[in-house]
Design a protein around this ligand. Sequence first.
Ligand SMILES: Cc1ncc(COP(=O)(O)O)c(C=O)c1O
Length: 431
Amino acid sequence: MENEGIETLGARDARWLGEYSQVHMNVFGTPLRVMDHGKGTRIWDVDGNEYLDFLAGIAVNSLGYAHPEWVRAVAEQAAKVAHTSNYFATEPQIELARKLVDIAGAGPGSHVYFGNSGAEGNEAALKLARLYGRTLPNSSAQFGGKPARILSLKNGFHGRTMGALSATWKPSIRTPFEPMLPAFEFVDPRNPTGLSDAFARTGQGPYGEGPVAAVIMELIQGEAGVRPLGPDYVRSVRALCDTHHALLIIDEVQTGIGRTGSWFGFQREELSGGVRPDIVTFAKGVAGGFPMGGMIAFGQRLSSLFTPGSHGSTFAGNPLGAAASLATLGVIEREGLMRNAHDRGEQLRRGIMAVGNPLFVSVRGCGLLDAAELSHPCAHAAMTWALEHGLIVNAVAPDALRMAPPLIVSEQDVDEALGILGAIPGDLPDD
Ligand SMILES: Cc1ncc(COP(=O)(O)O)c(C=O)c1O
C-alpha cells in the first residue's frame, strides 16, 4: 500500500466534485471521492490515490475490479448483441435463469424473473404476492373479504421504489412519500408475538383484516447495521406462513450470491435454521457490477401466476447483464470463492476483536457481510479516517462500520485492512 495518508482531496477530485453537485440531484450527498479505475481489491481515484476496497460497491463487485473473465465476457457479448427487447431471447439469459434455479435449489417448475436492481426484484416479488393473495379465502371483496396483506419487518430495507418502499421500515426515507401502498404492515421481530398477532387479525366482519399474502424479510438486516434475525425467528416465520398459507419472500439482494459463504443465505443453517423461501430476490453481486436483479419463484404453481403482460421491463434479462452474471457465477464456483468468503469473514471478525482497538466492542455478520460495533457513535469519523488511510469501509449506522469486500479478497488484504482498522483513533468525536 503506497498511501501513507490521503488527508485532503486531490485537485482533480475537488474539481469534479464541485461539478458533480451542480448537475446531480442531491440524493446521495457529496461523494467521498471521484474514482477512476480498479484492479482486484484496489481502486484508484482521479488523483491517483489507491484504496483497498472493503465495501465493493456495497456488496456488488463480487470479483473485485476488472476481473479478466468478467471483462472478456462483457466485451464479447457487447460485440455480439447488447440488447434485444423481450420480443426475443438470448442464450446467456436462458442459461443464467437455469443456473439461478439450480444454485437456489428451487426445484422443478421454478421460474426466474429478471429486472435491473434489488428494488425491481422486490417489486416483482410483491406483485406476484398480490396475485397470490387474490387466491386466498377471505380476500375477495365480492364475498365480503378484505385485500390480502403483506407483512414486513421493522428495520428491514427492500428498496426505494413505491412498492419496495412500502415494505421498508426506516421512517425518514418512507414517510415523506406517504401515502404508501395499502395493505402493507410492519412487524417488530423483537416482539415474540408480533407476527402471530398480525396473522391473527385476519377475519370476517368489520374489524377483521384481509389474510396475509406474504411476509418479506432479509435474513441479515443489512442497511439496519448488518443484523442477523437468527434461525429461531426465521423458523417461526416459516411456520406461521405455512399455517396461514402465506408466502415467505426472502430478500437476498445483499446476502445472496456467495457473500455469506453459500450461494444464498437461506442455505446457511446459522442464518435460516434450514428454512426455504417461496420467493427469493437477488441483485447486487449477481452480475459482479453490471446492474441486474430479479426473483426466483419456487415451484410451478406460484410461478404460473405471472402470465404474459403481468409484469415486465425493457431491459429485463439484458444479455450483457446475463453474460456478466454467468462469468461472475462461473468464477465464484471454480475458484472456491464461497469457501473464501467464509474463511476470510472469520479472519476479519476474529481480527477485529483481536486488534486491541477499544473502539471495537463487538462484531457481527456472516461470511463477507460484517459489521464492527463501535464504542460510541463516531462511524462517519471512523469511515473518513479509514478512507484517508487507504481503506474503504461504510458507516452503516451511527455506531457500526460495515465491511463487504469482494469475494476474491485475500488473507493479506484482510491483514492489511485490520492494520488500518486497528489504528483508527479510539477517541474520535461523535458524528
Ligand atoms: C436487502 C436489500 N433489498 C433491496 C435493496 C435495494 O436494491 P437496489 O438499490 O439495487 O434497488 C437493497 C439495497 O441496499 C438491499 O440491501
